[in-house]
Design a protein around this ligand. Structure first.
Ligand code: ADP
Ligand code: MG
Length: 625
């Protein structure tokens, strides 16, 4: 849909007409909102100067929910009503959620669609509602920082999010009253923050190492369009593992028993984390055991960066191995990678940076704060989509707003390119002729999400003529759809055995308003069931017609010669039955009768085959064949 929202070249908004738009990094543990001001993307703080909003919502009986740090305070004392990590539930069914098990201390109930609902004091909450509460807090922050109403937001999602997860994110935005300008993949946003879309083309790796997860994405960028080539990683690898490795070292150094109570474990982990973070700036640090829960003894351990590197190397190796695996799966060679973008707090660790540089044989990009880089990229994209940039700075990050396809027999639409496919794109599909001796083919190009031609928008019709006469199904017609970066579609058709070709240029989004696009997409959801059975009916009718036509022609040609009167009678009766079913509206009945009829005429078809071979062979010597 965003295709329609990009400004035309030369339509730069004047400063006083600047539209307020934000980028939102809706994260698992924390979220951020950012915006472009005076040409610079920056994250927006709350009134206390805090930029990161913990992604936690605390539900109360008769009050509005608390979001962020205030909510975080209740993770222990009111765990059942304090929802964290809701991103992991988005677009998931109740069964997936049960698999997440103990890490989710909530009472779940399934609603009709199988969506999990969290039972809180303020009622049943779906993950979409919880996310909407977080988004609302971010939008409020955006509006008070920017001093006006927002026209919309770009919201980031992990590259591996499927359709259901993306849709859930959009639903959350709608519930929060925000216009979604675009959902943007997190690694793409990070690449945009570094301005990598300005380059002509290249393959980019985005290395995202956070507290508990590691994501590696490989993006292919061409003329401002990013395509996700591969995603991989490890959903249980991150800075927490560094903390555990360091805590274990401390325990051994201090000769503490392995039987630690919870308070002692937490103490060591907190100490490890502080030390680890300090060693990103210093060469050595003192780990002070003041307040150690137990004997209370004071002690200090010195940890040097070199020592830490050795302790962390085995953990970092896991991320390096996962990276190699992902590249291998995507069939991308290490030296194909033109840039490496670092995301996530743990990429501040210098040993991580070193190992990544060693692997790719190039310095990774680290100059932008790895916590904010995703939000900053989203803000840049939001600024463009809101129409605040001039033509030259236009980002061509775009996708097809509606599916494109062709009319096939029975008034059905065969999709060639699905909606949301990044453009430019080219796709080809092969079709064949329906009738014997068919020498022309009508090509009808359609746009929309519905199954039937009458419910889609007709874009163009043209004909492919001069196909050599062949048996039905023998001609091979390849139809190619090509959409360029401006959204212009060219459709060409070519018969492959003869090389006959025809083509036409169409502009797919021309004349459709955003609202129309939205309505068409919505109509495709609400009509899914109807469409499916309508499609099945049409398909069976086409199949029935094809069979009836073939058998009628065969009978006319050689029925009398090859079949007894009684055999002919049986086939004709079955044909009558099929005509009856075909004119009804039960696609199961048609399918059943097609089967019966096909069986009845099987023997006849075999006879015809033998007969035609005999005729072909008649009068020819074996070596002529
Ligand atoms: P997530 O996205 O998984 O919530 P973040 O991207 O916020 O995680 O990263 C959190 C991790 O980054 C923690 O393990 C934290 O210790 C680590 N981290 C933060 N700052 C530094 C630093 N200066 N040096 C090393 N690690 C850091
Ligand atoms: Mg993160």
């Amino acid at each position: 849909m965003a295709l329609l929202q990009i400004a035309e070249p030369g339509q730069t908004a004047k400063p006083h007409q600047r539209k307020l738009a934000v980028g939102i990094d809706l994260g698992t543990t924390h979220s951020l909102v950012a915006s472009v001001r005076s040409g610079q993307a920056e994250t927006l703080p709350n009134s206390r100067g805090e930029h990161l909003l913990p992604s936690v919502v605390h539900y109360l009986a008769d009050e509005l929910p608390q979001v962020g740090i205030k909510a975080q305070l209740h993770l222990v004392d009111d765990a059942a009503n304090t929802v964290m990590s809701v991103k992991r539930l988005m677009g998931r069914g109740i069964d997936d959620v049960k698999r997440l098990g103990e890490s989710m201390p909530y009472l779940f109930e399934a609603c009709d669609q199988g969506m999990p609902l969290i039972n809180t004091v303020s009622g049943l909450k779906s993950p979409v509602q919880v996310s909407a509460d977080i988004l609302r807090a971010l939008v409020q922050r955006g509006e008070s920082s920017l001093g006006g109403e927002l026209v919309g937001a770009v919201i980031t999602v992990p590259a591996y999010f499927d359709d259901a997860q993306r849709q859930a994110t959009k639903d959350a935005a709608q519930l929060a009253g925000i216009q979604v300008l675009r959902l943007l993949n997190e690694p793409t946003a990070a690449a945009v923050a570094y301005g990598l879309e300005q380059q002509q083309q290249g393959t980019i790796a985005v290395f995202d190492l956070g507290g508990g997860t590691f994501d590696i994405s490989v993006l292919r960028m061409e003329q401002g369009v990013f395509e996700v080539l591969a995603t991989g990683g490890d959903s249980a690898l991150g800075g927490d593992d560094f903390d555990h490795a360091l805590a274990e070292w401390m325990r051994q150094e201090r000769q503490i028993s392995a039987q630690l109570n919870l308070a002692q474990q937490r103490f060591l982990l907190r100490l490890a984390r502080t030390g680890k973070e300090a060693l990103s700036d210093e060469l050595s640090t003192q780990l002070s055991f003041e307040g150690w829960p137990g004997d209370g003894a004071y002690a200090a351990l010195e940890l040097t960066r070199k020592q830490m590197d050795d302790l962390l190397d085995p953990v970092i190796s896991k991320a390096i191995r996962a990276t190699k695996r992902t590249l291998r799966d995507a069939k991308v060679a290490l030296d194909d990678i033109a840039e490496v973008v670092m995301v996530g707090g743990s990429t501040r660790n210098l040993r991580v940076q070193e190992r990544v540089a060693e692997l790719f044989q190039r310095q990774p990009l680290t100059s932008i704060d790895p916590d904010r880089v995703v939000a900053l990229g989203a803000a840049r994209q939001a600024d463009v989509l809101a129409g605040n940039q001039s033509g030259e700075e236009l980002l061509l990050l775009d996708v097809l707003p509606l599916s494109l396809g062709l009319e096939t027999m029975g008034g059905l639409v065969e999709r060639v390119i699905d909606r949301n496919t990044p453009i430019p794109v080219a796709r080809a599909q092969e079709f064949t002729t329906y009738q014997d001796g068919q020498t022309a083919m009508a090509i009808h190009v359609l746009q929309g999400e519905r199954e039937l031609v009458q419910d889609c928008r007709s874009l163009s019709r043209f004909e492919l003529r001069g196909i050599p006469a062949m048996a039905a199904g023998a001609a091979k017609i390849r139809v190619t759809f090509q959409v360029d970066a401006d959204g212009l579609l060219e459709v060409s058709a070519r018969e492959l055995t003869s090389g006959v070709a025809a083509s036409v240029q169409v502009k797919p989004s021309y004349g459709l308003s955003d609202q129309q696009v939205a309505d068409m997409i919505k109509a495709s959801w609400t009509n899914v069931e109807d469409d499916r059975s309508a499609r099945s009916l049409r398909e069976q009718q086409v199949e029935a017609d094809r069979l009836l036509e073939a058998v009628t022609m065969a009978l006319a040609e050689d029925g009398e010669r090859l079949l007894t009167t009684q055999e002919q009678q049986v086939i004709v009766e079955q044909m009558e039955q099929l005509v009856l079913a075909r004119n009804g509206d039960d696609h199961h009945a048609i399918a059943k009768q097609i089967e019966v009829m096909a069986k009845a005429s099987d023997a006849y078809a075999a006879m015809r085959m033998d007969d035609s071979i005999k005729r072909a062979l008649a009068g020819k010597a074996v070596d002529q064949l």
